[in-house]
Write a protein that binds this ligand. Structure first.
Ligand code: A2P
Length: 332
C-alpha cells in the first residue's frame, strides 16, 4: 500500500485554507489524516473533506505532533511564530505568507518553473505572491524563448486575495448600494464596490507598495535572474475571484507574436485564449475556480525594444495560493 501523510492546514477556515482542503481532495493527495487549525474563534466548526466532517482545532505550539506536511495560510505573523514549531515537530512547511519568501534558506517555488528548488529546503518552502505566480506562468515561457530583461505591469486584483472578510465587504457594499442604504467599510480604506483602489498592501518610502515590489524581488528568485526588473502598479478591483495582470515585457532577443503564441500554446498550467476578433481573451469571471492560468491579447509592444504586451489572468486562490501549495506538497 502506498504511504499516506498526515497533513495540517493552518488557517483552514480562511479563503485560501478552504481551497487547500478542496484541492487536496480533488487531486487525491494521499492524506491519511487531515488536521484543520485556526484561531480559538473557529473551535466548534467543522469542514468537509472526502465525505466526512473534520473538526477545526485551535492552533497551538503543540499542534504539529505527527504532522508530515503543514500548509500555512494564516498571515505572516502566524507563520513566523508557528512554522518553526511545525519544523521542530518534523513536518515540512509550505508557507503561503510573505514571511519567508526572501529568506535565502527557503526555496520560493512555482512547480512548473523551478520545481527542482524544492530539494534545497531545510524544512520550509515558500509559496510566491499570487500576482507574481500568475504573471510568471506566462512570462517564464517567453523568458526561455527570448530572455526577459524587464517588465512594466498593472494588476487587477480580486478581493478574495485579501481574505474572507473582504469578500463579505464587497458583497455587503453592493447590497447596500443597490438597496439605497449607506455603505460601511472596514477592510479597505475606501469603498471597493463600483470603485478601483490603486493600493494593495502597505506603502514603502519609495512610493511603491510592498505588493508591487514582490514581482521584482520574488521573480528574481523563481527565475534565477538577479538582474530582472519590474515596475508594477497593483490595483484592487471589485472582482470576487481571480487576478488579471496587464504586462509589457522587454526581451534580450527579437520577438514575434507568432513565436510568442507558439511558445505559450504548449505550457503545463497555462491556456492560450487569444482571439480578439471574436472577443476572446482571458477574463477573471471565467478563469475563477479553474486550475490553469490564461494568457491573451498578445501583441508587439509599440513603446519597448523587443517588447511584447499581454494580459494574463488566473485564480489567485488556486494557482496563486492553494493549488501551488499542494503542487509543492506533491513534489515533497
Ligand atoms: P479564524 O477563522 O479562526 O479567524 P482569511 O485570510 O480568509 O482572513 O483567513 C485567515 C485564516 O487565518 C483563518 O483561517 C483564520 O482563522 C486564521 N487565523 C487568523 N488569526 C489566527 C490566529 N491567531 N491563530 C490561528 N489562526 C488564525
Amino acid at each position: 500500500m502506498s504511504r499516506k501523510y498526515t497533513v495540517a492546514i493552518v488557517g483552514a477556515t480562511g479563503a485560501v485554507g478552504v481551497e487547500m482542503i478542496k484541492v487536496l481532495e480533488r487531486r487525491r493527495f494521499p492524506v491519511g489524516k487531515l488536521v484543520l487549525l485556526a484561531s480559538a474563534r473557529s473551535v466548534g466548526k467543522t469542514l468537509p473533506f472526502n465525505g466526512e466532517l473534520v473538526a477545526v482545532q485551535e492552533l497551538t505550539e503543540d499542534s504539529f505532533a505527527g504532522v508530515d506536511i503543514a500548509l500555512f495560510s494564516a498571515g505572516g505573523g502566524i507563520s513566523q511564530k508557528f512554522a518553526p514549531c511545525a519544523v521542530k515537530a518534523g513536518a515540512v512547511v509550505v508557507d503561503n505568507s510573505s514571511h519567508f519568501r526572501m529568506d535565502p534558506n527557503v526555496p520560493l517555488v512555482v512547480p512548473e518553473i523551478n520545481g527542482a528548488d524544492v530539494k534545497l529546503h531545510k524544512g520550509i518552502i515558500a509559496n510566491p505572491n499570487c500576482t507574481t505566480a500568475i504573471t510568471l506562468m506566462a512570462l517564464n515561457p517567453l523568458h526561455k524563448a527570448f530572455g526577459v530583461k524587464r517588465v512594466i505591469a498593472s494588476s487587477y486584483q480580486a478581493v478574495s486575495g485579501t481574505g474572507a472578510q473582504a469578500i463579505e465587504e464587497l458583497r455587503s457594499q453592493v447590497a447596500a448600494i443597490t438597496a439605497g442604504k449607506p455603505v460601511e467599510k472596514s477592510v479597505y480604506p475606501h469603498q471597493i464596490a463600483f470603485n478601483v483602489l490603486p493600493h494593495v498592501d502597505s506603502f514603502l518610502n519609495t512610493g511603491y507598495t510592498k505588493e508591487e515590489m514582490k514581482m521584482q524581488n520574488e521573480a528574481r528568485r523563481i527565475l534565477h535572474l538577479p538582474a530582472f526588473k519590474a515596475s508594477v502598479t497593483c490595483v484592487r478591483v471589485p472582482v470576487y475571484r481571480a487576478h488579471s495582470i496587464s504586462v509589457n515585457a522587454e526581451f534580450e532577443r527579437p520577438v514575434s507574436v507568432e513565436e510568442a503564441r507558439k511558445v505559450l500554446s504548449n505550457v503545463a498550467g497555462l491556456k492560450l485564449v487569444d482571439d480578439p476578433a471574436n472577443n476572446s481573451y482571458p477574463l477573471p469571471l471565467y478563469v475563477a475556480e479553474t486550475d490553469d492560468c490564461q494568457v491573451g491579447r498578445i501583441r508587439i509592444d509599440c513603446a519597448l525594444e523587443n517588447g511584447l504586451a499581454f494580459w494574463v489572468a488566473g485564480d489567485q486562490l488556486l494557482k496563486g495560493a492553494a493549488l501551488n501549495a499542494v503542487q509543492i506538497a506533491e513534489l515533497i
